[in-house]
Design a protein around this ligand. Structure first.
Ligand SMILES: C=C(O[C@@H]1C=C(C(=O)O)C=C[C@H]1O)C(=O)O
Length: 147
């Protein structure tokens, strides 16, 4: 051996990691299967996630979207690109067509670097999608879309 420890020291004296990975969920409901409405609803959802979690766009790792099978007029990822997330890997897919599933639903899963612990993640469910996960719907801050 060369005298150096094989691994970085751990325990109370070790420096905290500069950054952790945080996953955030969200969902919303578009007014209709129209490109403008899909982009509008998705933009609102992304803005709320960014605001409520104080996200720095430079920290974003990737963004996954699903659209319910009745939404076919546009890719929700378009909203992210139009917001300036042009170098963030994006993906869209069709949601599972479960009987009774939420209509016109855009769902999102964001992975980001963040110092925020998972317990403090603010997941965002807007409009008709709020009924999907009532356990995750928290009070919206002043000035939010729901106000
Ligand atoms: C309930 C939701 O819809 C679907 C069901 C999920 C679940 O059961 O955990 C997760 C994502 C969606 O596929 C949601 O978007 O949160």
């Amino acid at each position: 051996m060369n005298g150096h420890p094989a691994v970085e020291p751990t325990g109370p004296t070790a420096a905290p990691p500069a950054s952790r990975v945080l996953a955030l969920r969200g969902a919303t409901q578009a007014a209709s299967n129209d490109p403008h409405e899909i982009v509008r609803a998705t933009t609102e959802l992304l803005r709320e996630l960014v605001t409520r979690n104080a996200l720095d766009p430079a920290d974003l790792i990737s963004i996954w979207f699903t659209a319910s099978p009745d939404l076919t007029a546009a890719y929700p990822a378009r909203a992210a690109r139009e917001m300036g997330f042009v170098d963030v890997p994006l993906m869209c897919a069709s949601e599972i067509d479960v009987p009774g599933g939420s209509p016109r639903a855009v769902r999102v899963l964001i992975h980001t670097h963040s110092a925020r612990p998972r317990a403090e993640a603010a997941h965002v469910y807007l409009h008709g999608a709020a009924s999907l996960r009532p356990d995750l719907v928290t009070g919206a801050p002043a000035g939010s879309a729901e106000a």
